[in-house]
Design a protein around this ligand. Structure first.
Ligand SMILES: Cc1cc2nc3c(=O)[nH]c(=O)nc-3n(C[C@H](O)[C@H](O)[C@H](O)COP(=O)(O)OP(=O)(O)OC[C@H]3O[C@@H](n4cnc5c(N)ncnc54)[C@H](O)[C@@H]3O)c2cc1C
Length: 410
């Protein structure tokens, strides 16, 4: 039976960053349940690979929800600046866009993947595809890793098996029975970075319409950012980021007019209504634009109908109460959540191995020394916009560096 210094289970970005960080000259093996490595990395950023962000690393922390505080030190050490310098070193020049998102200059995730595989191989790793790991047991001085009818020995094993989203890419939970056998717990898992469905969704005909800035609230969680209307649900960055908190039956509240002055809007609209001669739709739109918070006419048309107001009614025919209720609703528009997109559409998974099961830096299991857990297999999910690949890098590199130290003192 072959014996390795390090076996990595999973050939996603976390596993590959770890392999690339481990010093050359080792005997390493990467086992992947898919024929090809890094399938999700190739999808990231619609194939362009939004690797991280150019902003201050301290600004990253709130973007990982409750996990942010626990991974702070790891992110400060294996920071976005360090990741960017590293990719340049590997021959992948990067660019920082105006919105702070970082991409390879080629806009090809393939270039990032190729560079990581090249580095992993030159360090001594060999990649075996179509090997689903179904067992890991601790023998006297090594781990025994089983994939189908093959077994491998190694002193150190890194689990980089991802979450449950986009299962066709290989992140399919096939490692979970192994974790159970090892008595490593998992927190409750659910799709994250996914659209949100609401009861009686009224905007099916407005699919494709986007709003640069709305304010969304689910329970006590709030997010301000772009929103997109689709055929059946709400989407866009602000919705995706909040989706980790969404649950059926909970209230989703949207404030469609984040800017402008409420007083100016009210006065403007009432003045117009008092003149009375024009359609309520036109007066509403003009008042919104004048007060600094314009909204698309098609959207306002649907919105008025939802309030039981025919958009072609003359403003003067609307009661003061009706107008006040309408303006109030634009700021506090409530829906009941009926569900979220499933794992087929979720860009990340909430939940996984709790962070209190690993020691940082290094991400070594507390109960199984020599076993490491990194990337999305852990209970860490970031907002959309480069935060998840940043964590794949930070956890993978932290693990790789820790193993380098351990190997040198063996
Ligand atoms: C459509 C889409 C777009 C995205 N865009 C971005 C983006 O632009 N920026 C960003 O930061 N993040 C993005 N993400 C999220 C990001 O891709 C993930 O967070 C990241 O890939 C997680 O890396 P990972 O290595 O931990 O897990 P994964 O990438 O999920 O890799 C897990 C690996 O483990 C293997 N595996 C699983 N189980 C087994 C087993 N039992 N045996 C052997 N192998 C196994 C899988 O085949 C896979 O190779 C996107 C995700 C999706 C789905």
């Amino acid at each position: 039976m072959d014996r390795y210094d390090v076996i990595i289970v999973g050939a996603g970005p976390a596993g590959l960053f770890a392999a690339a960080a481990i010093d050359p000259g080792i005997r390493g093996l990467i086992l992947c349940n898919r024929l090809r490595p890094g399938l999700k990395l190739l999808m990231a950023g619609s194939g362009q690979c939004n690797l991280t962000r150019g902003s201050d690393i301290r600004d990253f922390i709130p973007h990982y929800g409750p996990a942010g505080k626990s991974i702070r030190k790891t992110l400060y050490t294996w920071s976005n600046q360090r990741l960017m310098a590293y990719m340049e070193e590997l021959g992948v020049p990067l660019m920082v866009r105006e919105d702070q998102k970082v991409f390879p200059c080629s806009l090809k995730g393939r270039d990032v993947l190729k560079a990581l595989i090249r580095e992993a191989e030159s360090n001594g790793f060999r990649l075996e595809g179509e090997r689903t790991v179904t067992g890991i047991t601790r023998e006297q001085d090594h781990f025994l890793v089983t994939a189908g009818n093959r077994s491998y020995k190694s002193n150190r094993v890194i689990l980089a098996t991802g979450g449950l989203s986009y299962p066709t890419t290989g992140s399919d939970g096939s490692i979970h029975p192994v974790l159970r056998q090892l008595e490593i717990p998992l927190t409750k898992m659910k799709p994250a970075l996914t659209p949100i469905y609401v009861e009686g969704y009224p905007y099916g005909d407005l699919s494709g319409l986007s709003f640069p800035e709305v304010q969304i609230q689910i329970e006590d969680q709030e997010e301000t950012g772009p929103l997109l209307l689709t055929h059946q649900c709400f989407s866009g960055p602000a919705i995706l980021n909040l989706s980790r908190y969404a649950a059926p039956g909970w209230k989703l509240q949207i404030n469609w007019i984040t800017g402008g002055s409420e007083a100016a809007l009210q006065t403007g609209f009432f003045d117009r209504a008092a003149r009375g001669g024009r359609e309520v739709l036109t007066d509403l739109q003009d008042s919104l634009t004048e007060s600094g918070c314009s909204l698309p006419r098609r959207f306002l048309q649907v919105f008025l109908k939802r309030e039981g107001i025919d958009p072609s009614t003359k403003s003067g025919q609307c009661s003061k109460k009706q107008i006040q209720r309408l303006l109030q609703r634009l700021r506090r528009d409530d829906y009941v959540i009926s569900g979220t997109g499933g794992y087929q559409t979720a860009m990340a998974t909430r939940g996984g191995v709790p962070l209190n099961q690993v020691r940082q830096p290094g991400f070594e299991s507390i109960i199984w020394p020599g076993l490491y857990i990194i990337g999305e297999a852990l209970d860490v999910d970031g907002d959309t916009g480069g935060y998840n690949l940043q964590f794949a890098y930070a956890s993978g590199s932290s693990c790789g560096d820790h193993i380098n130290k351990a190997l040198s003192s063996d």
